[in-house]
Design a protein around this ligand. Structure first.
Ligand code: ZN
Length: 478
């Protein structure tokens, strides 16, 4: 907006007068987010400030000195229940500085940093408070989760990642429907579905309204010993007409389409929103990790594409699809080198119709059911070694000497389909001539089989196929 010259000069003069008197930033509000491992306190500011943080003991207190800052007469009451903080108070330290004191129930380790404005918030001072007594507790609870077994065999572990959270609302739709809330609800539904399936167990990367860094999410999945990582999101686009659900796997070369690049950019910004990208985590081996990551990525990526295409076809039963194939982009959460990982965009929260769907409990439930079904189809076919599912697929083998004849007969009957499928596959094989525009994954989808099935039966070492090539296609899977 252009201001007429005279007003502009007046404004400049006024601001000059003001800044000479006291050029202070203001604390507009304070917000609290409670995560399992820390409590985040966010000071919303009118501008960037200098600050100092230090601890005092007897009793334990955390002191924050904010330079050149003023506070409003009253600040809204904060709920610190379930956190190591028992209260907050503030007082003017000098003409220009203000001091906040957090009264603590126990000793803590604070981390603080400033965040620049984004789409949702202005300048912020973030103070994360880590209780010293809780360190190590999280990994213990995960330890017990991963050792859960069925019939002496381990469960397949699915790590479900509800995108965004806390300070990062994700996409915002009509009626201030927030992506962070929609996806947490779908994640919880999906966990219920998966936990109800024999031989599976689901873990969440976040179970409430708080932020977990992108790398933190993949680290958590690794701690959970996940066999699959499923990140759940809901898109937004500046055009309201954009719609459709999609499934994404990692691409090493960045996004496969303009939309993909845009999305990848948008999602990766979350690290900055959450603040982790701005501070040192004391993790200096990222470059090395990156290299190792690339090396073992290939096999995980292949599995991701396979499970992704099954999940996508299931999603197609209840949702309109944005594209008919698994898309690929450089999402940070998909970068686990050792865990097949997919990102599911459940729909466009910016599209009024889809926002209405995503806002409904019934629809979220339907989506969760389809996701669970797609995951089940994949692991039934490719159960990880040592799992209950692998044991079932192998025909539930038992120690030879204790198998009574009667039981043995039943067992060999149940194992028949598996043995027969490799022997009699020639009976149920159809032939398909590769058309222009086909890819192996496209053919796999056409016949509801996996890329792996096609590779195996055709003895293919890579996924490259040629127009006119005849492919054997195994019997369609039920
Ligand atoms: Zn998202």
């Amino acid at each position: 907006m252009l201001l007429p010259g005279r007003i502009l000069i007046t404004l400049c003069l006024m601001s000059l007068v003001c800044s000479t008197a006291f050029s202070a930033e203001q604390v507009k509000s304070i917000r609290v987010w409670k995560a399992p491992e820390y409590t985040r306190i966010v000071f919303d500011l009118t501008g960037a400030i200098d600050h100092q943080v230090f601890m005092l003991n007897k009793p334990e207190r955390l002191v924050l000195d904010l330079s050149n800052t003023v506070t409003p007469k009253s600040l809204s009451k904060l709920d610190f229940s379930g956190s190591p903080v028992s209260g907050i108070r503030h007082a003017r330290r000098s003409k220009t500085d203000v001091r906040f004191v957090l009264d603590l129930k126990e000793a803590v380790k604070p981390k603080s940093f400033l965040l620049k404005p984004n789409d949702h918030y202005g300048n912020r001072l973030v103070v994360d408070v880590y209780p010293l007594s809780k360190q190590g507790q999280q990994s213990e609870s995960i330890q017990s989760a991963k050792t859960v077994v069925a019939n002496g065999k381990r469960n397949v572990i699915i790590s479900i990642d509800a995108g965004h959270g806390g300070e990062d609302p994700g996409a915002i739709g009509p009626g201030r429907l927030m992506e962070k809330n929609v996806v947490l609800s779908i994640a919880r539904e999906l966990k219920r579905e998966i936990d109800a399936m024999k031989g599976y167990r689901a873990e969440l990367t976040r179970s409430g309204d708080y932020y977990v860094s992108l790398r933190g999410r993949t680290r958590l999945a690794r701690k959970q010993k996940a066999d699959l990582f499923v990140s759940i999101h809901a898109d937004a686009f500046h055009k309201k007409s954009a719609r459709g659900a999609s499934v994404w796997a990692l691409s090493e070369r960045g996004a496969t389409s303009e939309m993909g690049r845009w999305l990848a950019q948008k999602e990766n910004d979350a690290d900055l929103i959450g603040g982790v990208g701005n501070v040192s985590l004391g993790d200096k081996s990222d470059v090395l990790k990156e290299v190792l990551l690339d090396l073992s990525m290939t096999s995980s990526l292949k599995s991701s594409l396979d499970v992704g295409s099954l999940v996508l076809s299931e999603m197609g039963q209840v949702a309109r699809l944005h594209k008919k194939h698994v898309e690929q982009a450089g999402f940070v959460v998909l970068k686990s080198p050792d865990i097949p990982s997919i990102l599911v965009e459940t729909g466009f929260i910016s599209n009024p119709t889809e926002a209405k769907n995503l806002g409904s409990h019934n629809y979220r439930k339907k989506i969760a059911k389809r996701l669970a079904h797609g995951i089940k189809r994949y692991f039934q076919d490719k159960p990880p070694v040592g799992t209950y599912l692998a044991w079932v697929k192998a025909g539930r083998p038992t120690a030879p000497k204790v198998v009574p004849t009667r039981v043995h007969r039943v067992e060999s009957a149940s194992s028949t389909p598996k043995v027969a499928s490799s022997v009699s596959s020639s009976k149920s094989v159809t032939k398909y001539k590769v058309q222009h525009g086909d890819s192996l994954s496209r053919v796999a989808r056409k016949f509801s089989v996996t890329v792996n099935d096609l590779k195996e039966i055709n003895g293919l070492k890579s996924s490259i196929i040629h127009v006119g090539q005849t492919l054997k296609v195994p019997a369609k899977r039920s």
